[in-house]
Design a binder for this molecule. Structure first.
Ligand SMILES: [Zn+2]
Length: 126
């Protein structure tokens, strides 16, 4: 019988690469990469027409900036976690809890291949 640490990294790599593409497409629909920091995504503010005389239009633009920010933040975190997980696969350190160094439950990785901690440490702030 296989030990829990013998996880199929290739299987999760395929899943993670697929998720990375999906997340990137979603991020691009609400924001763009910060030119000064490729790890940072900035929300798009929509096209602001400085000649807009209609205050409702300006309010719409501010509203879309705020909702883009709300959508972008969790996406950005997940995107960075997925990238981190792919780096760990490269280093052969995938599936190890970042808090206690124990193997992450297979069911947990199945539900979220980018999980950085085991179930017991899931509330730990990273
Ligand atoms: Zn742990």
């Amino acid at each position: 019988m296989k030990k829990q640490t013998n996880i199929d990294a290739g299987y999760f790599k395929t899943k993670l690469e697929k998720e990375l593409k999906t997340l990137e497409a979603e991020l691009r629909s609400v924001g763009h990469v910060n030119p000064d920091n490729p790890k940072d995504w900035e929300p798009s503010s929509g096209v602001v027409d400085i000649n807009a005389s209609d205050l409702a239009d300006i309010a719409d633009n501010i509203g879309s900036y705020e909702s883009n920010t709300a959508i972008l933040k969790p996406l950005e975190k997940q995107y960075n976690d997925v990238k981190l997980a792919l780096e760990k696969i490269k280093k052969g350190a995938y599936g190890i809890c970042e808090v206690g160094n124990e193997p992450i439950e297979k069911e947990r990785l199945e539900a979220n291949p980018a999980a950085r901690t085991c179930l017991a440490h899931k509330e730990h702030q990273l």
